[in-house]
Write a protein that binds this ligand. Structure first.
Ligand SMILES: Cc1ncc(COP(=O)(O)O)c(C=O)c1O
Length: 508
């Protein structure tokens, strides 16, 4: 049910506050939140209404309504996305409440465990409202004065948290893919400058660039290949290193591959360690990789998009290994940290490496600004206009504290360990590997097709959304346990349901 706010053109009780009414569109209350009382009333009404509408849409704890793609297409279709005359806020909220809200994937549901895609902490939703309301842009100090200072301080403290010294620096990003692209860009530029005496920023790729090589595990994230393509190096520059039985990069195989490449005249430039692989949460052995990179003179980037959250747990932080020994780190806050998309950071041990992204524009980031103490963050980023996502970290970290966050991480890692034990004790199931973080990959010991049909059945008929992947050539199911509200009883019930559905599919 929609609670009217009086901000519709059709509501005659509040004629002065009408969003979308063409007759009042030049007044601030119909457009923006300003210091005027009328605009504050309109803002409050609009926000109150959306809050009520969201709350009313949450009628059960299912992760998904079950609608098929075709049914959704019909449900959301509007004859004209840009009607000749505005419909007003009430009417559009009504449409949102009917066709969109009931069909959202509910990341807060304990029946959702498909991906590294987390529910959003309540205080971080408040942060989203603040940052959207004030719409700061992080490219220049004059577009985001206090926001710039907050981001600088958050980054400084993150660098210390991950073991970087005072030279460390970084920048907020849209997430892991962008952070990985940043890491590989800096690695390429550093290698070309220091080893080939070639300035990529000015001159483009050096002669013989097809000999440059990046080493990463066979199960690293696909953003390695994407980045290599974007950097002009191509997929062929990415050497996939085999993993051991625990799905961690095999450091002995890495050494052999690097040595072979050096011997044949190729140019190894960088190793990317995955600190929490996408499917398994396995962690590459930094203690072995860091000295190897030193020996061969390679940049070491940690893709800790998933595992970076372990730093919050006293019990499990040591699973990260010596992460401060890396040259750069990808941190994602929209995974284990439970902050809303998008929210990521790219950290680098020697902040001067970020000069790769520095370019002065007369209209935006004049050189004299820096000299006078105004930081224009565009000089550290591959984005120009950029959200004030650092506020979400600033608020959530202070609201929860280390102990509050540690409870969340410990619960999720503990849930994965519990699920692993239950699966090992049940002969109906087979498990890929013992979890190091909070993802568990398993299957019913039956045909791959049965496992696939069980997952589809859960999605469309039970409101349960779980993951599916391939391990050792077979279809596996996956629980990605980022939600600390998941209980052991819930995990037991889901396993029983999966077993039961497996039997039903086999007998159908
Ligand atoms: C290990 C790893 N790296 C990078 C990424 C990409 O992160 P994003 O989706 O934030 O771009 C993911 C996404 O799941 C990931 O698992």
């Amino acid at each position: 049910m929609i609670h009217s706010t009086g901000i519709s053109p059709t509501n005659h009780q509040s004629p002065s506050v009408q969003l979308g009414d063409s007759h009042t569109q030049t007044t601030d209350e119909a457009l923006f939140l300003t210091s005027s009382e009328a605009s504050k009333v309109a803002y409050r009404l609009a926000i109150d209404q959306v809050v009520e509408t969201i709350l009313a849409s949450l009628q059960d704890n299912k992760a998904y309504s079950g609608m098929t793609p075709d049914a959704l297409k019909k449900q959301i279709h509007v004859d004209s996305m840009l009607p000749a005359h505005g419909l007003g806020y009430d009417a559009v909220m009504q449409r949102v409440s009917e066709s969109i809200l009931p069909n959202f994937l509910r990341t807060t549901s304990t029946d959702y465990m498909a991906h590294l895609h987390s529910p959003a902490l309540i205080e971080s939703i408040a942060a989203e409202l603040i940052l959207s309301t004030f719409n700061q842009s992080m490219d220049s100090w004059d577009q985001a004065p206090v926001a710039t200072e907050v981001e600088l301080d958050v980054v400084r403290q993150l660098c210390a948290m991950y073991g970087f010294g005072p030279a460390g620096d970084g920048v907020f990003t849209s997430g892991g893919s962008q952070s990985n692209l940043c890491g590989l860009t800096l690695a390429r530029d550093w290698f070309c400058t220091t080893r080939l005496a070639h300035d990529v920023k000015k001159k483009g790729l050096p002669d013989g660039y097809t000999r440059l090589r990046i080493y990463t595990s066979a199960i690293s994230h696909f953003s390695m290949e994407k980045s290599a393509h974007l950097l002009g190096l191509g997929y062929d520059s990415v050497v996939k290193v085999p993993v051991d039985a625990a799905c961690r990069m095999d450091a002995v195989a890495l050494r052999t591959l690097i040595q072979q490449d050096v011997d044949s005249g190729l140019l190894p430039m960088c190793v990317v360690a995955t600190i929490g692989t996408t499917d398994f949460g396995s962690i590459d052995p930094l203690a072995e990789l860091a000295p190897l990179c030193k020996e061969f003179g390679l940049w070491l980037h940690a893709d800790a998009a998933y595992g970076s959250g372990l730093i919050l747990s006293e019990r499990f932080a040591n699973r990260l290994g010596p992460i401060g020994a890396c040259d750069s780190i990808t941190v994602d806050f929209h995974k284990m940290f439970l902050l809303p998309i998008s929210c990521g950071a790219f950290l680098v041990k020697d902040g001067s490496a970020l000069d790769a992204f520095m370019l002065h524009a007369d209209y935006l980031n004049r050189e004299e600004d820096e000299e006078d103490g105004y930081t224009n963050l565009v000089g550290k980023s591959i984005q120009t206009t950029r959200r004030f996502d650092a506020l979400k970290v600033w608020m959530a970290f202070q609201v929860r504290g280390k102990d509050g966050y540690a409870r969340i991480i410990d619960t999720c890692v503990g849930n994965a360990a519990y699920l692993y034990q239950r699966l090992c004790a049940n002969s109906a199931f087979e498990v890929a590997i013992e979890p190091e973080i909070s993802s568990v990959v398993f299957r019913l010991r039956t045909e791959c097709e049965v496992n696939k049909r069980v997952r589809r059945n859960l999605l469309h008929h039970h409101g349960v959304v779980i993951g599916q992947t391939v391990y050792a050539g077979k279809t596996f199911l996956k629980f990605t346990l980022l939600n600390p509200l998941v209980t052991h009883a819930k995990l037991d019930a889901l396993l029983a349901l999966i077993e039961d559905l497996g039997r039903q599919v086999l007998n159908s």
